[in-house]
Design a protein around this ligand. Structure first.
Ligand code: HEC
Length: 125
């Protein structure tokens, strides 16, 4: 040991580092197992009790970036005067499939798109 006082420390350090690495892999596997056990965090919406209120909230999340905070238009056109221009089905179709420069809103399912369409028509002047 004389002349090499650092060797035992180095060995301890290396063992410690290896232990840390292997333990974090164990942790990763456990995390993956826990995730596999959990049910789908985001459940698919199949029905709204109050579609108009739900649609208003969803529009506030998904549409205002392009259609303006009050939906009267900014990058995209005014959405507060759709009555007579589009039916509920047509609006839901535009939301899901996009139209012209508007990309399809793939984060919304058909029930959600329908709720937004109902809200937009009820909110129409
Ligand atoms: C990335 C920007 C963007 C987002 C997000 C967006 N839109 Fe649009 N939207 C547009 C643009 C741009 C147009 C014009 C499309 C065209 O005719 O070229 C448009 C057009 C429309 C139209 C037709 C309007 C008309 O008078 O012809 C409707 C209805 C519509 N959007 C509804 C929505 C709804 C509801 C949402 C939220 C679920 C939404 N959009 C989200 C950009 C967007």
């Amino acid at each position: 040991m004389k002349g090499r006082p650092l060797v035992p420390f180095a060995i301890t350090a290396i063992i410690g580092i290896l232990l840390m690495i292997s333990l974090s892999f164990v942790g990763l596997n456990q995390r993956a197992e826990m995730n596999a056990d959990e049910p789908e965090a985001e459940e698919e919406v199949t029905e709204f009790e109050d579609p108009v209120a739900a649609g208003e909230e969803l529009a506030g999340q998904s549409c205002i970036a392009c259609h303006g905070a009050d939906l009267t238009g900014s990058g995209g056109p005014d959405l507060t005067a759709l009555e007579g221009k589009y039916s509920q089905e047509e609006i839901a179709g535009i939301i899901q499939n996009g139209q012209g420069a508007m990309p399809p809103q793939t984060n919304l399912n058909s029930v959600e798109a329908d709720a937004i369409a109902q809200f937009l028509l009820s909110n129409s002047q």
